[in-house]
Design a protein. Structure first.
Length: 274
């Protein structure tokens, strides 16, 4: 069979990019939900990079492992309770105990990630392997905005100072952007409603980017990436991260008018599937 891109330049609704779909979490998500993906991630050994870790950090990592086990046990317990009315009282006690332990371990997780953010340069240089493993386990929701910015070096970008001026300018893509805004995450509370805050800030970021990258301008699929960022951080920070993703991580190659890179990706996908 053949796979062809549909609606290439903002013609009709298009789905969120598959590569970006998995980390999408609503602003209401709890921190331990963000860690629930750990069961599919490789285990992080507390002794990994141990020569660069303090005893306190080793202890926190061991607690993280315990938290992962409790998350899995608590999830299985809740599924069992919801699936049958014949659960014994001991199951309820077990679930309650696991939830209590989780609250203490989540506090330790906050301590660890607070330390990582405050000592970011040291972790990137001396504990990079361990940092990658922790990120794969899941960044707690409230740390996600700053960690995403740190990961792509978007915290001190000069273009951030231009953002307010870009919003005062006129873009030839404004009508297209306005037309497509309601099609981006239409069921998400943040973006529902014509005058919603989500739609307004999404328009602002897309308009600003269309002015700094005239070749790409605006392409509807890119709005799903921006929308995902806006679920996690304010519009100026989302704009800077988006610029980095597009220009330094080559995402803009997918959205150029020729869409040659998109065609290549589809060809690669089709060939691997065959």
């Amino acid at each position: 069979f053949q796979v062809r891109p549909r609606n290439p330049r903002g013609l009709g609704a298009s789905p969120a990019p598959a590569a970006m779909a998995s980390p999408a979490v609503s602003p209401d998500s709890s921190s331990h939900e963000a860690l629930s993906s750990v069961n599919s991630a490789p285990a992080c050994s507390p002794t990994s990079d141990s020569e660069n870790l303090s005893p306190d950090e080793l202890e926190l990592l061991a607690k993280l492992e315990e938290q992962n086990r409790l998350l899995e046990a608590d999830s299985k317990s809740m599924r069992s309770m919801n699936g049958s009315r014949r659960n014994s009282g001991s199951s309820l006690v077990s679930s309650s105990s696991a939830s209590s332990n989780l609250s203490h371990l989540e506090e330790d997780t906050w301590i660890l990630w607070g330390r990582i953010v405050n000592e970011w340069d040291e972790w990137r240089k001396k504990k990079e392997k361990l940092l990658k493993e922790l990120i794969r386990k899941g960044i707690p929701h409230h740390f996600r905005a700053i960690v995403w910015q740190l990961l792509c070096s978007a915290t001190d970008m000069p273009v951030k100072n231009q953002y307010s001026e870009l919003l005062k300018m006129s873009s030839p893509c404004e009508k297209l952007i306005r037309r497509d805004i309601a099609r981006t995450y239409p069921e998400h509370e943040f973006f529902k409603g014509q005058d919603s805050l989500g739609q307004e800030v999404l328009f602002n970021v897309m308009k600003a980017y269309s002015l700094v990258d005239r070749e790409v301008g605006y392409c509807q699929g890119s709005a799903f990436i921006v929308g995902l960022l806006l679920m996690q951080m304010p519009e100026e920070e989302a704009f800077c991260v988006f610029v980095r993703l597009m220009q330094e991580y080559r995402l803009r190659e997918l959205f150029k008018p020729s869409m040659a890179e998109l065609g290549l990706c589809i060809y690669q996908f089709e060939y691997m599937l065959q």
